[in-house]
Design a protein. Structure first.
Length: 312
């Protein structure tokens, strides 16, 4: 349990003067001697009446606790705006059918890594975009990881006009994140080529990302064994996009390295969000306020009925 306004608990100190004033004896009459009544034991009713001020003190403490706002965070609450919204933008041009690992194309290897990345998410919404010459948004940011995994497994090259539209692939991913209120919004764009499509330029798409304050992590799929193949990758462009949006550029030449890249990106973004916090609480203040009111009502009721002083 925690308190919304812990300093309000200091109001409980008011119980001290209340207790002091309640203990003051009422002004009585002077008599020659009290010897005749000194040996008389007080009745149960009289002893109970002396405890009435305790109810008043407890009421003050309960009221101070209510003002402090006692509450309990719900650990299983979904917290809007405190997670990470991720848009994965994947190049599916024909060059992604080239070999990436033994008996595996770049596209198949990337799909396997993305599938594991999605499965490892927790409370992070993930969206999916594929692009070649044009882009296609397959899913907006979602927590339905099973459905996303099924979509990834069904991705094939060839159903979009061939080419590499990095700008339109990025713009489509940004479009699905622009209304997001998540604490962290990122695009992870993977390609093995350079922009050659007659569409929005990568530079303009990067400007849009900057205006939306969305970080764009770029990944270039490279070939270590054949460096000449890497001439097809516009590394300078990918580095510029990442740096201008406050993110980083990565290279990967095999599925394991690509897995490490996705894991590092997730770690970087999680550190930006910080510790988990809760915005959904069970509020206990009304119960303490009701208890305070009940104690005062009980004191007044007893003082006016069962424990009423007899008239002089």
């Amino acid at each position: 349990m925690e308190f919304a306004e812990p300093l309000a608990l200091l109001l409980a100190l008011l119980a001290l003067p209340v207790a002091f004033l309640a203990r003051r004896k009422a002004r009585g009459y002077s008599v020659p001697s009290t010897g005749a009544v000194a040996a008389v034991r007080p009745t149960v009713r009289l002893r109970a009446a002396r405890l009435l001020p305790v109810l008043r003190v407890l009421a003050v403490v309960a009221l101070a606790t209510a003002i402090a706002g006692p509450r309990e965070g719900n650990a299983d609450a979904v917290v809007p705006g405190e997670g990470i919204d991720i848009a994965l933008s994947l190049d599916i041009s024909s060059s992604m059918d080239q070999r990436f690992a033994q008996n595996q194309s770049r596209l198949e290897g990337t799909k396997a890594v993305i599938s594991e990345f999605i499965k490892s998410r927790k409370d992070d919404r993930v969206g999916l975009v594929v692009f070649a010459q044009e882009a296609l948004a397959l899913s907006p940011p979602s927590l339905d990881y099973a459905a996303l995994d099924a979509m990834v497994k069904d991705i094939e090259s060839g159903f979009l006009p061939d080419g590499t539209g990095i700008g339109v692939g990025l713009a489509s991913a940004l479009n699905m994140l622009q209304e997001s209120t998540a604490a962290s919004r990122i695009v992870i764009l993977l390609t093995d080529g350079q922009h050659n499509a007659d569409s929005i330029s990568p530079e303009k798409a990067a400007e849009l990302a900057i205006s939306l304050k969305i970080r764009v992590y770029t990944i270039g799929v490279v070939e270590r064994e054949d460096p000449g193949f890497n001439e097809g990758i516009d590394e300078q462009l990918l580095v510029a996009i990442a740096q201008r949006t406050g993110a980083r550029y990565f290279e990967a030449d095999d599925p394991q390295q690509l897995q490490d890249v996705y894991d590092e990106i997730a770690s970087l973004e999680r550190s930006r969000v910080g510790r988990e916090s809760f915005e959904s609480f069970t509020e206990w203040a009304p119960w303490f306020a009701a208890a305070a009111a009940g104690l005062v009502a009980l004191e007044l009721l007893l003082r006016g009925t069962l424990l009423r002083r007899s008239p002089a």
